[in-house]
Ligand binder design. Structure first.
Ligand code: PXG
Length: 471
């Protein structure tokens, strides 16, 4: 065990050989492999500590994306490694089918019920956000059949939502390029997103929030409430570009779902576990959800695990009328993943990370972004807690975006990475979601590096006479 827990500083790798090997045999997710080859291959990340990661060439980066929105407790947590190692020595695996369970899965389900609102008293485990959302789709459709309303099967979601990459996940999501590859599950409808900066035109944000909520109501009326099973949404759309809805949006969605007897599902995969300065995104917006999905920050990404929190209303029906629900994954409630999640939650609680994001680092990031918003290339810089976006625009006054879309954002993102900062580019926005352990000086460092990258991008644009095609 001591060996396992010994510090593992970066070893010496033959970076070029590794990159060649990777290009030869490894198909990466969401990747144009031909383009990756032409660019000379990817970055090989070798080790990490706190908020920093290193690649095989020895370059250090501040990880402004917490892995992929997930390393909430930061890198290098020996306690999490120890929790996994101890659990694996004791019981590395046993399934949770056939009337069996294990100690960490039992404890974790109780702890998740403590952390969520009082109507949540049951957890179902899976291994990824996508699997959790697959579970949701099956559960809500089954629920309405058991309720004697088998025609209530349609799920309403939003355009530009992200709910995963399995067939159900991509169908629930609203990413058109994903829908075009491999087919979608029928009976899922997508309405407009509450993206005021990009789509609100000259409307007041609060009025726009109501318009977007009304789009849900209009869709319900178009389909007939007797056909609609549920509405699903991320409290803040993450992969879609950190879209923080106007404050009028979610209360109105609550009202509409109640009025038409439609289940309200929150996808907390990104917003959960302190990201917004609340334990969950639904808490930040007062969303009264019937079901929740969570993953990523649940284990800070140290091991794969996700959960569906099943509210009492749905659980009661499944329990009373459901008989066997033919659903589950080999690794549902995996003991090592559950042990890590439990320790991770203990760390978040012990270190007061949610409160720290809420009252210290979240407001500090917001202040820094306010300063950055004065930059001539920045149209809006928004955040809640430690999730944020910097929108780069052609014209600050009119909120006019660049065409073609994406080139400016990608250029700025590449400058960030070359400068030692990991950021994501979504359209022409820079997206951030750092570990919740980030300190104020590290936030300064993150924003300073982002600003340098934006400056360089602006110089390139000036040199190109403002013509994005010439970038
Ligand atoms: N729901 C939400 C809200 C997510 O952000 C998933 C579900 C799916 O989780 P899994 O564990 O199946 O990947 C996600 C995942 C990006 C990016 O480019 C975001 C995610 C995944 C991959 C890339 O920002 N989010």
């Amino acid at each position: 065990m001591d060996d396992v827990l010994k510090a593992r500083p970066g070893r010496n790798y033959d970076a070029d050989a590794l990159i060649r090997e990777d290009m030869a045999h490894h198909m990466h997710p969401f990747t144009d492999h031909k383009a990756l080859h032409e660019e000379g291959g990817g970055r090989i990340i070798t080790h990490a500590d706190g908020v920093y990661i290193w690649d095989a060439k020895g370059q250090r980066y501040l990880d402004g994306m917490a892995g992929l929105w997930c390393v909430n407790a930061g890198y290098g947590r020996r306690e999490l490694v120890q929790a996994a190692a101890e659990q694996m020595l004791e019981l590395p695996f046993y399934n949770t089918f056939f009337k069996t369970t294990n100690v960490p899965a039992t404890e974790l389900s109780r702890v998740l019920c403590e952390l969520t609102p009082p109507n949540f008293n049951h957890a179902f485990f899976a291994n990824s956000g996508s699997e959790a959302n697959d579970t949701i789709l099956r559960m809500v459709r089954h629920f309405w059949v058991l309720e004697g309303k088998p025609e209530k099967q349609v799920v309403i979601s939003r355009k530009n939502a992200y709910h995963g990459s399995t067939v159900a996940g991509l169908s629930l999501g609203g990413m058109a390029p994903m829908h075009a590859q491999g087919g979608v599950v029928p009976g899922i409808e997508h309405v407009r997103q509450p993206y005021w900066y990009g789509e609100g035109e000259d409307m007041d944000p609060d009025a726009f929030g109501l318009v977007c909520a009304k789009a849900i109501e209009d869709k319900i009326l178009e389909l007939g409430a007797d056909k609609v099973a549920a509405f699903i949404g991320e409290p803040i759309q993450g992969a879609g570009g950190v879209i923080i809805p106007p404050k009028t949006y979610w209360p109105e969605v609550n009202r509409i779902c109640k009025k038409y007897n439609i289940l309200l599902i929150c996808d907390e995969v990104i917003c959960g576990f302190g990201r917004t300065g609340h334990w969950f995104g639904h808490g930040a917006f007062g969303i009264e959800a019937d079901m929740l999905t969570m993953a990523k920050g649940l284990s800070s990404g140290y091991l794969p695990i996700s959960a569906v929190m099943v509210g009492d209303r749905v659980h009661r029906t499944l329990y009373d009328k459901g008989g066997e629900f033919y659903h589950g994954y080999t690794y549902s409630g995996h003991p090592a993943a559950c042990a890590v999640a439990l320790k991770n939650i203990e760390i978040i609680r012990r270190e007061g990370l949610v409160e720290r994001v809420h009252s210290e680092t979240g407001p500090y990031l917001a202040e820094g972004l306010k300063r950055l918003a004065k930059h001539p290339l920045v149209g809006e810089a928004r955040s809640l807690g430690l999730i944020g976006a910097i929108e780069l625009v052609k014209d600050k006054k009119t909120r006019k975006t660049f065409t073609p879309v994406g080139k400016v954002g990608t250029r700025a993102r590449d400058y960030c990475i070359n400068g030692g900062l990991i950021m994501r580019a979504v359209r022409d926005s820079l997206i951030m979601s750092p570990p919740l352990t980030i300190t104020k000086p590290q936030i300064d460092e993150m924003l300073g590096l982002a600003e340098k990258a934006i400056d360089k991008t602006m110089k390139d644009l000036d040199r190109a006479g403002g013509d994005v095609e010439k970038l």
